[in-house]
Ligand binder design. Structure first.
Ligand SMILES: [Fe+2]
Ligand SMILES: [Fe+2]
Length: 262
């Protein structure tokens, strides 16, 4: 199946199976013209809901209760589905991006589909069906800012996926502390994949940026003002996963400084 047909099917899917369709063989012979998808279709019961303050995630000490842990996992499953859809959007939006970039993007999309499945399996084991709780537009609201591959990697890989380098270990450790080893293992698997997704974004930012700007300048100039540096961080800043993602020390130091002063 061609990448553009696959991406179109994901964005217009009205069943969970179609959202998670992952053909063995994918080709990219005819990427077509750039298409900036407005809003993804959603299966019944999985549509975007309005976010209200009441829907704050349970705090870490509330993780002793299984239902609260399930609320967190359901929210994360929703984030993974959004990542699937945003990557499908990028495949359609950037037909002229280097083939190697598109291939890497398609591989990452498949991993995000795998993440959705892993969360669904864990939720099922906890007695919750994906779609039982509200799902939000969240990351998709930034899609209008994604008009170039550099903007895509800066917002998706280097901001949202980067923040998960802090959030995933925080939830992993908290779930483990409350005896939920299966959920902790899942968060660790997500962290490992996220490290490679951040690395993909950073490698491509370096390739795509102009020689006159630093990596950091390129990142900041490609994200909207509504995404300050702190949006690429969680509550507890983790240096090691960023090093594993091959971010240079300069970048990590700059992040730490910005996090403190913002
Ligand atoms: Fe993911
Ligand atoms: Fe990811």
């Amino acid at each position: 199946m061609e990448l553009k047909d696959w991406a179109t099917r994901i964005l217009s899917a009205d069943t969970p199976e179609e959202k998670l369709l992952a053909p063995q063989e994918l080709t990219d012979i005819n990427p077509g013209l750039a298409k900036f998808w407005d809003i993804p279709s959603r299966p019944v019961g999985m549509e975007f809901q309005r976010h209200s303050r009441k829907e704050k995630l349970p705090s870490l000490q509330d993780h002793r209760n299984k239902d609260n842990r399930a609320v967190c996992l359901h929210r994360f499953a929703g984030h993974e589905l959004l990542a699937v859809e945003i990557m499908a959007y990028a495949l359609l939006a950037f037909p002229e991006a280097p083939k190697h970039f598109r291939k890497g993007l398609a591989n990452t999309l498949k991993e995000e589909q795998e993440h959705v499945k892993l969360y669904i399996d864990r939720l099922t084991a906890m007695g919750v069906t994906f779609g039982d709780m509200p799902l939000y537009k969240h990351f998709w609201s930034y899609v209008p800012h994604l008009k170039t591959p550099s903007q895509y990697v800066s917002v998706m890989s280097l901001t949202f996926e980067m923040a998960n380098l802090d959030f995933a270990p925080m939830y992993r450790d908290s779930f483990a502390k409350h005896g939920d080893i299966e959920s902790a293992k899942l968060m660790n698997r997500i962290l490992e994949d996220e490290i490679s997704h951040v690395s993909f974004g950073y490698q491509w930012l370096k390739k795509l940026k102009s020689e006159t700007e630093t990596d950091w300048e390129a990142w900041r100039s490609n994200v909207p003002d509504s995404l300050p540096v702190k949006r690429a961080c969680g509550f507890i800043f983790q240096e090691n996963p960023r090093k594993e993602a091959k971010l240079p020390d300069l970048w990590i130091d700059e992040m730490k400084k910005s996090k403190i002063f913002n």
